[in-house]
Design a protein around this ligand. Structure first.
Ligand SMILES: *[C@@H]1O[C@H](CO)[C@@H](O)[C@H](O)[C@H]1NC(C)=O
Ligand SMILES: *[C@@H]1O[C@H](CO)[C@@H](O)[C@H](O)[C@H]1NC(C)=O
Ligand SMILES: *[C@@H]1O[C@H](CO)[C@@H](O)[C@H](O)[C@H]1NC(C)=O
Ligand SMILES: CC(=O)N[C@H]1CO[C@H](CO)[C@@H](O)[C@@H]1O
Length: 443
């Protein structure tokens, strides 16, 4: 009996080969790829199933399901379907160690099996972006981007304002996963402070078009700048002036110092942080006010020259537009000789109203801004008035010139009479008559 069976095997195999696929019972599978933590479905397709036992085994060849019955106690594997057409199992929370060949076996007289290879990929997490050392303006910044686990090795890219930066990437394999790092270096300026650099990681484990990104906000340190803004341009006795010192700098200067040249600040002055309030101004409050700020990278100073004028009268207001030319002369004299200033003002009162408080910038510090006070409204008023006067003169000149032209044509007409009348004497008399009229007109 045993002998007879042994002889039957080659015959059966021959028969199976002759019949070809599909003729007998058969099982087919497909390879499966899943992202770590995801759900994988392994399908064993049956052909001409006749009720034989179907066994599914894991890569370690442990039986997961024996003809539809759970054999291995691992709840992550579930039997989804067992029909004469297919057996489908579902693996949730796939892990790297689940990788390998899954066996679909059909126990018939000639045992069929097919292997479905499960591949587990690892998607990158959000990259870790770090700076090597504190960036200072004029220097270089070096950023590193790290993706500790990915499979296959993640591709790292750097972006700055949608422009790709060239980084240097290196990878290291730790067992089944890759650790990938990339570094990028570039020069930085103060304007780069607060700029955003992005590191992007991508591999096949992520859905196509998706990536993991980390944004890094650049922190570039730079020396301070200072600028004084005055609450009003022209300052008169009794006014309250508020000076604001606008400072920048990284780290931000934490203290602003207010001074007035060599002298002390007026008693009434109140310096709180960025502002200096000068209430009830008197002419003795004039002088060069400065605000100073510093951080570990430098020092900045801004100047404001305060000139307090006498209160304005209505008449001065009215004439201010006409005093435009005088204004520049006064400012020049003021610069040369501060003492001569007040007496000049007294001499020509009408010019006072267009004299302005002058604001100067910083002295030698970097980023200094020298800002001369402009007086656009007065310039416009003066300009318009000048234009009006010019137009009136034009009209007058035009009228006069037209009158002259009429006289001229009259003369020409008289001259043409020379030909018409034919008599030279008469024409001469008429002509001389016309000349007399012309003289009259010019007188
Ligand atoms: C399935 O994967 C295995 C191992 O990677 C490979 O040898 C085989 O050719 C694959 N089969 C198909 C149908 O891709
Ligand atoms: C295996 O399971 C299928 C479906 O439940 C059933 O039809 C068949 O009879 C089983 N085979 C054996 C040998 O128990
Ligand atoms: C400050 O005072 C010193 C002497 O006390 C003098 O030499 C210097 O010119 C003064 N500076 C200004 C800006 O007035
Ligand atoms: C810079 C300036 O104008 N200084 C004057 C401020 O006022 C005092 C007295 O009012 C004058 O002596 C300064 O010359």
């Amino acid at each position: 009996m045993g002998r007879a069976r042994r002889f039957q095997w080659p015959l059966l195999l021959l028969w199976a080969a002759a019949a070809g696929p599909g003729a007998g019972q058969e099982v087919q599978t497909e390879n499966v790829t899943v992202a770590e933590g995801g759900v994988a479905e392994i399908t064993c397709r049956l052909h001409q199933y006749d009720g034989s036992i179907v066994v599914i085994q894991n890569p370690a060849r442990q039986t997961l399901f024996f003809n539809g019955t759970r054999a291995l106690k691992d709840e992550r594997f579930q039997l989804e379907e067992f029909s004469p057409r297919r057996v489908r199992i579902r693996l949730s929370d796939a892990r790297l160690e689940d990788e390998g060949g899954y066996f679909c076996q059909l126990y018939t007289e000639d045992t069929h099996h097919q292997i479905a290879t499960l591949t587990v990929l690892v998607a990158p997490e959000n990259p870790i972006v770090e700076v090597r050392e504190q960036a200072v303006e004029g220097g270089e910044v070096e950023l590193s981007c790290l993706v500790p686990r990915s499979r296959p090795a993640a591709i790292l890219r750097w972006y700055r304002d949608r422009k790709e930066l060239k980084g240097v990437t290196s990878g290291q394999e730790n067992g089944k996963v890759w650790s990938v790092a990339s570094t990028v270096r570039f020069r930085v300026d103060r304007k780069d402070d607060g700029g955003i650099v992005t590191c992007e990681a991508q591999n096949q484990a992520l859905p196509s078009g998706h990536s993991k990104q980390t944004q890094y906000v650049l922190d570039v340190q730079y020396s301070p700048t200072a600028r004084i803004h005055a609450s009003q341009a022209v300052v008169r006795e009794g006014d309250t002036l508020v000076l604001t010192c606008a400072v920048t700098g990284n780290p931000r200067p934490n203290q602003i110092r207010w001074n007035r040249g060599n002298e002390s600040l007026p008693e009434r002055a109140e310096a709180v942080g960025e502002t200096l309030t000068l209430p009830g101004l008197v002419s003795a409050d004039n002088g060069t006010y400065t605000c100073e700020a510093s951080n570990k990278h430098g020092h900045a100073r801004a100047l404001y020259v305060l000139v307090v004028y006498a209160p304005m009268t209505v008449r001065q207001e009215f004439w201010s537009g006409w005093a435009l030319d005088q204004r520049f002369k006064y400012l020049e004299r003021f610069k040369q000789d501060g003492k001569g200033f007040r007496s000049e003002v007294k001499e020509k009162r009408c010019a006072i109203s267009v004299l302005w408080g002058m604001k100067l910038g910083e002295e030698a510090d970097p980023g200094a801004v020298v800002e001369a006070q402009t007086s656009v409204p007065y310039a416009i008023v003066g300009g318009i008035l000048a234009l009006l006067v010019f137009l009136i003169i034009c009209v007058l000149v035009g009228m006069v010139w037209c009158s002259v032209r009429q006289k001229g044509s009259y003369l020409t007409h008289e001259a043409s009479g020379l030909d018409e009348q034919g008599e030279a004497r008469e024409a001469f008399l008429n002509g001389s008559d016309g000349h007399k009229r012309k003289e009259e007109f010019f007188i």
